[in-house]
Design a protein. Sequence first.
Length: 627
Amino acid sequence: MTKVPAGRHPLRVFVVLIALLPPSIRVLPDLVINQIAAGEVVERPASALKELIENSLDAGATRIGVELLAGGIKRIRVEDDGIGIAERELPLALSRHATSKIATSDDLERVASLGFRGEALASLASIARVTLSSRRRDAAHAASLEANGGSMGDVSAAALAEGTVVVADELFYNTPARRKFLKSEGTEFGHCEDVVRRLALAAPDVAFTLSHNGRRVAQWPVANAKERIGAILGADFAEAAVAVEAGTPPFSLRGWVALPRYTRATRDQQFFFVNGRFVRDKLIAHAVKAAYADVLHGERQPALVLFFDLDPALVDVNVHPAKTEVRFRDGHAVHRFIQHAIGKSLAAPVGADAPAVSESERFLERIAARRMETASPAPYQPRFALAPGVAQVAEPLAAYRTIFGENQRDSPGENARPANDLPFRREPHARADEHPLGYAIAQLHGVYILAQNQRGLVVVDMHAAHERIVYERMKAAQSRGAMASQPLIAPLSVALGERDRELAERHRGFLLEIGFDIAPLCETEVAIRAVPALLPGIDAPAMLRELLDDLARHGQTRVHEAVRDELLSTMACHAAVRANRSLTLAEMNALLRDMEATERSGQCNHGRPTWFQFGMNDLDRLFMRGR
Ligand code: ADP
Ligand code: MG
């Protein structure tokens, strides 16, 4: 017998004794099992809410009402008009591993419902006071059942139209350790709101209401997908969004991605659904990032709502109890498909749509609205007309070549023709409809090109646009392995520090691949023997230094695709026409034609827009014509 030191509490002694005994294996009581499961499924009010709304959606509800008290900690109430639960099955619904959604392990391979594990309600009932009331469509009356920390009451009659109401009160009342991990009411409510938004985005055909502490916070009536997205993410997103439509069911990607002029500091507006289920998945996140890599550099995050559907047998949703992670049978194929589909939508060339229109419209609306408040009716104005003399102006194409390079021959279109065959020399008005970006009429302060097209006025940021064109051209040439070098008549010697000389040596092969032929000269200098043929007239030493800086920053021995693109982007920025360079109309028109023929030309390499369209209607409104 162990000697008990004086002053020790007998209970303490007992605990010590138990600890000394060899542990015996025993089956845990149901309550503990459920509480362990609850640890995974019900992490906080928002996760409980997610399970309840998913149950309502699985039950085919067309209306779902959510009421929360104190961020959901005090009460979560979810009401739906779904098929309901039969009175005799109410106790089963609250039991662990009881589900109506799958029956065999084969079913597990093809889960089409949001739930299937049969543990959400049981888990919830183990850590909260739950009341489940329901009425099936064919039932004479509703029934209700209370469960409380593992003990279940009796089924009793209740008053309810068809559907189901689940009330969960006092979350974690019997597991104080868990309760302590909850954040403030406001934070918990924020998480709940996120959950409702996600589920509502994927179910626009279901009406949702959300209230908090008795106040209505959101109300989304039945809508189509685009309307629902607009209602939840706001008009700014909807207006910057381009549609994604790729593949054919049962393997398809549908939805909207925001052009890079609409970005976020965080990933809070990235909604990706796999077979209707919101997921956060590394593979998908990577594919999204890769798709945007070309138009969005730096820290900004894209915004998107995408629905990826595929044969349920090709994806495992049973990876995590909260089911927010998935595992694809063929991850590579999925990655490629998603990246390509998003990339294609972002790359839509200029002519396909005028993505910037709505933004300029809103801008003009604001101006017009401001002016309406103060202005008297506008005096008569002559119709917006072509700048005088435009049709007569002609410049030799050679001028364009000196600035933009020889390579407009690469792109299809008229700029490849001899100068005397340029269309604008003849009848710009008659042909205006043939070119989405129209014809240049002027250059503004050496920065913007003004052009006239069928719809009205086009304003182009010439540096940004040219940068994108050069970049795309270099990428195309590079991928064909045809980034030709232009030997210099006299090699240029460049003084470089030790780090840079070493980098130039190490990456010599790569530099040659992109057109730079570099050879060591002496202890402190290298010679540039040839420069990229695509970039005539560049400041080669300055560009080389910048490239070496980029290479140093990445610190790799091999240049990967992403790094290569970044280097090409640096070169493009360097080579693009600078502000204050005055251009002739011929040069400006050639640039417009190049934009039309270039993918992704709506944004510069940094994601900023390259052009805006101002419609005649916009301008008329601005001048209050026709009012
Ligand atoms: P699971 O959803 O994984 O099946 P749950 O514990 O969430 O497990 O729910 C258990 C069962 O209770 C479901 O399979 C379903 O039959 C029934 N149920 C739960 N909520 C509802 C509801 N709102 N409407 C109709 N049936 C429901
Ligand atoms: Mg469920």
